[in-house]
Ligand binder design. Sequence first.
Ligand SMILES: *[C@@H]1O[C@H](CO)[C@@H](O)[C@H](O)[C@H]1NC(C)=O
Ligand SMILES: *[C@@H]1O[C@H](CO)[C@@H](O)[C@H](O)[C@H]1NC(C)=O
Ligand SMILES: *[C@@H]1O[C@H](CO)[C@@H](O)[C@H](O)[C@H]1NC(C)=O
Ligand SMILES: *[C@@H]1O[C@H](CO)[C@@H](O)[C@H](O)[C@H]1NC(C)=O
Ligand SMILES: *[C@@H]1O[C@H](CO)[C@@H](O)[C@H](O)[C@H]1NC(C)=O
Ligand SMILES: [Cu+2]
Length: 214
Amino acid sequence: MQFSTLAISAFIGSALAQTTTVHVVTVGSKSGAIAYSPNSVTAAVGDMVQFQFAGGNHTVTQSTFDQPCQPIAMNSNVTGFFSGFMPVAAGSTDTAAYTIAINNTTPIWVYCSQATHCQKGMNLVINVNPTKNASRTLAAYTALAAKASANLPGVSIEGGVDSTVSANSSSTGSSSASQTSSSASTSTNGATNLYPSVTLTVGGALALFMGLMM
Ligand SMILES: *[C@@H]1O[C@H](CO)[C@@H](O)[C@H](O)[C@H]1NC(C)=O
Ligand SMILES: *[C@@H]1O[C@H](CO)[C@@H](O)[C@H](O)[C@H]1NC(C)=O
Ligand SMILES: *[C@@H]1O[C@H](CO)[C@@H](O)[C@H](O)[C@H]1NC(C)=O
Ligand SMILES: *[C@@H]1O[C@H](CO)[C@@H](O)[C@H](O)[C@H]1NC(C)=O
Ligand SMILES: *[C@@H]1O[C@H](CO)[C@@H](O)[C@H](O)[C@H]1NC(C)=O
Ligand SMILES: [Cu+2]
C-alpha cells in the first residue's frame, strides 16, 4: 500500500515536544486522475489525515457506508466533514491541503462530490474494519457508489483545517481557525510534499500556548 507519513513536531517553548503522525493522501493529479492516492488509510486516534489537492477540482466529503454519494449528515446524526470544491489552477506551485483529525477508529467513508466522481470510484476509507463487518469493504462501498443516482456535496465546509503546502520552497500555511481546535500554522521544509517523508514544524503552537495563558 502506498502510504506516506509525516512527523509533525510541535514545540511549546523549548521544553516540551510532541509528535503527531500525519497521513498524506494526494487528491487528483495534474494529469486529471479521478482518484485518492492511497485510497485506504489506517490511522490511530490522535493522528491526522492531510488531503493534498494536486490537480483538478475535487472534494473530500464524508458519507455513511450505505449511502456513498451523500453527505453523512443526511443519513445519520454525525455532522461529518466537507472540504468544499478545491480547484487547482493550471501551473500553480502551491498545493491546497485539508487536514482532519482522527478522533476514534470507527471507519470513515469518503467520496468526491464533483460531477460523477463518486460513482466513478473516487472513494476512500480510513480505518476499514472488515473484522467487525465483513460487508463493509472499500470495494463494496465503491460498488454501492457506482449505483448512486446522484452525487451531493456537503451543505457547509467544515470538519477540517485548510492550509497550503509549497512544492518548492519553505512556505507558511494558514489555517482556518474556525474549523478545529488545532489552529497552529504549519510550514514545510521540503520539496517533496506530494509524496513526503518530511518533518513539519508547527510554528503556531507557541503562540497558541501563549494565547491560552493570557
Ligand atoms: C446518534 O445516533 C446513534 C445511533 O446511530 C445513537 O446511538 C446516538 O445516541 C445518537 N446521538 C445523538 C446525540 O442523538
Ligand atoms: C469547481 O467545481 C464546482 C462544482 O462543480 C464549480 O461550482 C466551480 O465553479 C469549479 N471551480 C472551478 C475553478 O472550475
Ligand atoms: C454490516 O454492514 C451491512 C452494510 O452496511 C449492513 O447492512 C449490516 O446490517 C451490517 N451488519 C451488522 C451486523 O451490523
Ligand atoms: C474530530 O473532532 C474535532 C473537534 O470536535 C472535529 O472538528 C473533527 O471534525 C473531528 N474529526 C472527524 C474525522 O470527525
Ligand atoms: C517555485 O514556486 C515559485 C512560485 O511560488 C515559482 O515562480 C517557481 O517557478 C517555482 N520553481 C520551481 C522549480 O517549480
Ligand atoms: Cu473528484
